[in-house]
Design a binder for this molecule. Structure first.
Ligand code: FUL
Length: 471
C-alpha cells in the first residue's frame, strides 16, 4: 500500500474505533440491579413482637398474643414512604424470634389468619404503586427443628410459601445473623439451596446478603459507604456465612472484583431497629449526612422506619421524613450546570458527545476516547455552588478509581497580582452510580474533571452542580 493510503487506513480505523459503542468493563449490573440502584432510597420496616416488648432480639418464647397492633394501617406506611420519595418498602416478615407476620404452614409461631400483616402490606404496596420487599430471617429462635437438617427444608418451604403466595417481591433480605435456636444448637444454613430456591421462585428478585448476589451489606449499620466504594466484589468460595470478606471490605468492595454486588446501606431512623417508646428519630441534618454518605457515595439507602404498637409509623418519624424529602428537593431541584455545555479533549463520536452529561436522560452518556481524557463543563455565566454530582454510566461498568475537579477562577500570585488559573476544588476515588461531593463554596463559569486513575476510559452520564445555601 502506498504510504498515503496506509496512513488514511490507519486514521479511518482509529476514527471507527472511537465511534463504536464502548465495550463494558468488568462485571456490570443486570437490568434488575440497575432498576434497584436507581430507586436510591427505600424503607425498611422492623415490626413484630419486639415492637411490643421493647426487645431488639426476641427470645422466640413470646406468646403470639404479644403481637397486637391496635390500628394496623399498612397504607399509611406506603403513603409515608411515597412522600419521603422512596420507591419500595421491605418488611421483616420473620425476625430472629421466628414469629411469622403471616399465617405460615411452616411454623406454629405466627399471626392468626385474621391478622395477616404480610397480606395487608403487599396489598397496600400494590395499591399505592410501591414495590414490596421481604426480610425473612434464617436465624429462628423459636422453630423446634432449628439446628438440624430439617430446618433447611422448613426454611426453603417458607421461602416458597412467601414468594408464591405474596410475591412478587423486588428484594429478599437474608440477614447474616446466625445464633442459637431453642435447643441451644446453631444451624448450618444450606445457602446454595436457599439461593437456588430464590432463583427458581423469581430470578428478578434482588437478593440481599452479606455477599449478595443481588446486593451486599455495606459492612456497618451507621449509614455510610466506604471510601472507595466499588460495586464489584470477589465472592468466589464465599457464602453469606463463611469465608466472606470482612466488614471493612464490604464497605469498600473490591476494585476489579469478579461480581457486580452493589452496596446497600441499612440504617435506622431511630437508635433501635424496632420501635421503642423512649427513642426518637434522627434529625433532618443527620438524615442528610446519611444521604450524602450512602446514595452520594454509590450506595442504596435502606432507611428503617419502625411502625409503633398501633401498627402505624409515628407522626414524629413521618414529619422528619417529609422534611428530609423537602430538604433534598430544595437542594437538588436546581442544577446550575443546566444551560451550560460540556466538551472533552477528544471526540469519540456524536452519540457519545460530552454534552450528554448535562441532559437528564439516563441512557445518554459521554464516553471518553481514551483513558487520559479530561471533561470540561462551561457555563454562560459564573455560578455559585457547593455540591458537585457525578454519575458513571454503570451499565458499562465501574471504571473511575481516582479523580479531581478543578475550577477556573481568579488566583492571587505571590507578588499580589491576580491571574485566572485552575484550582482544585474536589478530589475523590470512586464515582459509581452516583457521587455527591460537598465542597467549600465555588464561583466559576468553568470546571474540568481530571481522571487520575481509571480501569478503562471513563464513561460519565451526568454532571450537576447545586448550591445547598441558596434559598
Ligand atoms: C441485623 C439484625 O440482627 C438486626 O436485628 C436487624 O434486623 C438488622 C437489620 O440486621 O443483623
Amino acid at each position: 500500500m502506498k504510504p498515503l493510503l496506509s496512513l488514511l487506513a490507519i486514521a479511518t480505523t482509529a476514527i471507527m474505533a472511537r465511534c463504536t459503542t464502548p465495550e463494558p468493563f468488568g462485571p456490570v449490573p443486570t437490568d434488575a440491579q440497575l432498576e434497584w440502584q436507581r430507586m436510591e432510597i427505600n424503607m425498611f420496616c422492623h415490626f413484630g413482637p419486639n415492637t411490643f416488648t421493647g426487645a431488639e432480639w426476641g427470645s422466640g418464647q413470646e406468646s403470639a398474643e404479644t403481637f397486637a397492633p391496635t390500628e394496623l394501617d399498612c397504607s399509611q406506611w406506603v403513603n409515608v414512604a411515597r412522600q419521603a420519595g422512596m420507591g419500595g418498602i421491605i418488611l421483616t416478615a420473620k425476625h430472629h424470634d421466628g414469629f411469622c407476620l403471616w399465617p405460615s404452614t411452616q411454623s406454629t409461631h405466627t399471626v392468626a389468619d385474621t391478622l395477616d400483616v404480610l397480606r395487608a402490606f403487599t396489598d397496600a404496596c400494590r395499591e399505592g404503586n410501591l414495590k414490596a420487599g421481604v426480610y425473612i430471617s434464617p436465624w429462628d429462635r423459636n422453630h423446634p427443628t432449628y439446628g438440624t437438617d430439617a430446618y433447611n427444608d422448613v426454611f426453603v418451604n417458607t421461602l416458597k410459601e412467601v414468594h408464591t403466595n405474596y410475591g412478587p417481591f423486588f428484594e429478599q433480605w437474608f440477614d447474616g445473623a446466625c445464633g442459637e435456636g431453642p435447643n441451644g444448637k446453631q444451624q448450618h444454613y444450606d445457602w446454595p439451596r436457599f439461593m437456588q430456591t430464590m432463583h427458581e421462585l423469581n430470578p428478578q428478585t434482588i437478593i440481599f446478603s452479606d455477599i449478595g448476589p443481588g446486593c451486599r451489606w455495606v459492612g456497618n449499620e451507621q449509614g455510610h459507604c466506604g471510601d472507595p466504594c466499588w460495586s464489584t466484589l470477589n465472592t468466589e468460595g464465599a457464602t453469606p456465612s463463611e469465608n466472606k470478606p470482612a466488614p471493612s471490605e464490604l464497605e469498600t468492595g473490591h476494585k476489579g472484583g469478579d461480581r457486580w454486588v452493589p452496596a446497600e446501606v441499612d440504617v435506622s431512623i431511630r437508635p433501635g431497629w424496632f420501635w421503642h417508646a423512649d427513642e426518637h428519630p434522627k434529625t433532618v441534618d443527620e438524615l442528610m449526612e446519611i444521604y450524602y454518605n450512602s446514595v452520594g457515595c454509590n450506595g442504596l439507602l435502606l432507611l428503617n422506619v419502625p411502625p409503633d404498637t398501633n401498627g402505624r409509623i409515628p407522626v414524629e418519624d413521618s414529619a422528619m421524613l417529609v422534611a428530609f424529602r423537602a430538604e433534598r428537593d430544595r437542594i437538588f431541584s436546581k442544577d446550575l450546570a443546566q444551560g451550560g455545555f460540556a466538551y472533552g479533549n477528544h471526540i469519540r463520536g456524536r452519540k457519545f458527545k460530552a454534552n450528554n452529561v448535562l441532559d437528564t436522560a439516563y441512557h445518554t452518556y459521554w464516553a471518553a476516547a481514551s483513558a487520559n481524557d479530561t471533561l470540561y463543563v462551561g457555563m454562560p455565566d459564573p455560578h455559585v455552588f457547593n455540591i458537585i454530582m457525578l454519575q458513571e454510566y454503570i451499565p458499562l461498568g465501574q471504571r473511575v478509581a481516582a479523580f479531581h475537579i478543578d475550577s477556573w477562577q481568579p488566583v492571587q500570585g505571590e507578588n499580589g497580582t491576580w491571574n485566572t488559573d485552575w484550582v482544585t476544588v474536589a478530589k475523590g476515588n470512586t464515582i459509581g452510580y452516583k457521587r455527591l461531593l460537598r465542597i467549600p463554596k465555588v464561583t466559576t463559569a468553568k470546571l474540568r474533571i481530571v481522571f487520575d486513575s481509571v480501569q478503562a476510559a471513563p464513561i460519565i452520564n451526568r454532571i450537576a452542580l447545586y448550591n445547598s445555601k441558596a434559598q
